[in-house]
Design a protein around this ligand. Structure first.
Ligand code: CA
Length: 484
């Protein structure tokens, strides 16, 4: 405790304290404090929220918050898979640097000893509380050693054992013989929100915010919602909102794959019970309905937290970050779930609200990545971080959203050695992808004219010079990440 207090004093003496416009005695008191951070992370939430133009799902609370924050329209993940994406986000290092380059690989295999986001906040005198999935291994004990003053992973498992499957409504299981697919199920129960873990996480978040308000210690609370990741489980009332989800089903043309490399394909659609290049209206509708229901369930929990933040009078001194670990295909290009370098899989809804920032209520198209979140929080919270991060502070965008902090954001798919299978550079307008598996094939899409990424411009000779330039840039990027 002594160490924590000393840290706080050092930070304040260094002039790194957070400044907000104070208009009342309470606010004046807060103005001398470093800001709290409320970090809300969803699992597998694609850029399918109302505020970003997706009409098929109801997300009133996320939308409301997004309109009070800076909305990053070109925010991508560094790797379209839970573990590597989160490892990069937690360290501010690209996956090839930090070392988690597959689902199985461990964090830090190439960067041992690197401190991660919650540890850093704790090192710097913050009270840290973690809930659910922040790293990819929340079931490990301890979860990210040295990270949390308190951590909880609420789970449904015990209730399942007790009640048995018959107590659930099993309305659209996806049938095939693969083990993974057994988990891709649709379960709901006519129960209160708290029957499912994310509502318990929201309740705990609120409880911690109340406690920290009383004791005055700045907090970093990371609430990692488990949904809308499958299994698609949530209270029945949310499923009932999507009884007719037919309009959300994507029917792709079989010619969609005529002009792009086959390496862009991922066979995960099999585990969802689909056949390659075949639309299946009924199956698609069932999964989309379940996915949307879970999004709205998460939205409701997020709303509870944000209401409490306001009611507790903490909004004026709390930075709020809302994001997801990667996107999700719902039938686009005949693909399902994640694990691709398409826009649907890489781009995530990302909103940051910093009290008093000019960017609040605005949008930016500057390419950014989850890798930038830690440098941004360092900038605002005056965090002392020992390692050199590879992301950038987004503060210039919070000050003026018309600026850009980088031209393209870099993401990969596959192991670092000898080289990732795929590399992506996603910019404000163009999205470039290079595949190194077996043959050197490339994709280039104009996101302004072709947001669905149907026309691969890399196969058009007039884009030859642009492709050549992208190939050079992507190689240079990898070199700079690895220090080559
Ligand atoms: Ca995930």
């Amino acid at each position: 405790m002594k160490k924590l207090k000393l840290c706080s004093l050092i930070m304040m003496a260094a002039g790194l304290s957070f400044a907000v416009q104070a208009s009342s005695p309470d606010e004046a008191k807060n103005a001398t404090k470093r800001p709290n951070v409320l970090f809300v992370m969803c699992d597998d939430l694609a850029n399918r929220v109302g505020v970003n133009g997706y009409p098929h799902v109801q997300t009133p609370n996320i939308d409301k918050f997004a309109r009070s924050a800076l909305n990053f329209h070109r925010a991508v993940v560094q790797y379209p898979m839970c573990g590597p994406s989160r490892a990069s986000m937690l360290t501010g290092l690209y996956c090839e640097k930090v070392g988690q380059d597959t689902g199985e690989a461990q964090m830090f295999q190439y960067s041992p000893g690197v401190r991660i986001m919650p540890q850093i906040f704790r090192d710097n005198g913050y009270w840290t509380g973690g809930l659910g999935k922040i790293s990819h291994n929340p079931w490990q004990d301890p979860e990210l050693e040295g990270s949390w003053d308190e951590f909880h992973l609420f789970r449904l498992k015990e209730e399942r054992k007790k009640s048995g499957p018959s107590k659930y409504s099993m309305r659209c299981p996806v049938q095939n013989d693969k083990k993974w697919s057994e988990r891709i199920i649709y379960q709901s129960h006519p129960a209160d929100d708290k029957y499912y873990p994310d509502a318990q996480s929201a309740e705990q978040t609120i409880s911690w915010m109340k406690e920290r308000k009383e004791d005055g210690q700045p907090f970093f609370i990371a609430c990692g919602f488990l949904k809308p990741h499958n299994p698609y489980t949530c209270p029945e009332k949310y499923y009932d909102m999507y009884a007719d989800s037919s309009a959300a089903v994507v029917n792709e043309d079989v010619s969609d794959w005529d002009n792009r490399p086959i390496h862009a394909k991922n066979s995960f659609f099999n585990t969802y019970g689909f056949k390659w290049k075949e639309n299946d209206q009924e199956r698609a509708e069932g999964i989309i309905r379940a996915y949307h229901a879970c999004i709205t369930y998460v939205d409701a929990q997020f709303g509870k937290i944000m209401n409490a933040l306001d009611e507790l009078g903490l909004s004026d001194n709390t930075i709020v970050v809302f994001t997801s670990d990667h996107g999700y295909h719902l039938g686009e290009h005949f693909l399902w779930a994640k694990f691709t370098l398409f826009d649907e899989s890489l781009r995530v809804p990302t909103f940051i609200r910093v009290p008093g920032a000019n960017g609040n209520g605005k949008t930016t198209k500057s390419p950014v990545g989850l890798i930038d979140l830690l440098p941004t929080l360092q900038d605002y919270c005056g965090l002392d971080i020992a390692h050199k991060m590879q992301g950038k502070s987004l503060r210039p965008l919070m000050d003026d959203p018309s600026h850009s902090v980088k031209e393209y954001e870099y993401s990969i798919w596959g192991k670092r050695e000898p080289e990732p299978k795929g590399r992506s550079l996603l910019g404000e307008r163009y999205h470039f992808i290079q595949w190194l598996d077996n043959e050197n094939e490339v994709e280039l899409y104009d996101l302004e004219k072709d947001p669905g990424e149907h026309v691969n411009l890399a196969r058009h000779p007039e884009y030859g010079a642009m492709v050549k330039n992208f190939l050079k840039m992507v190689q240079e990027k990898r070199g700079s990440i690895l220090g080559l």
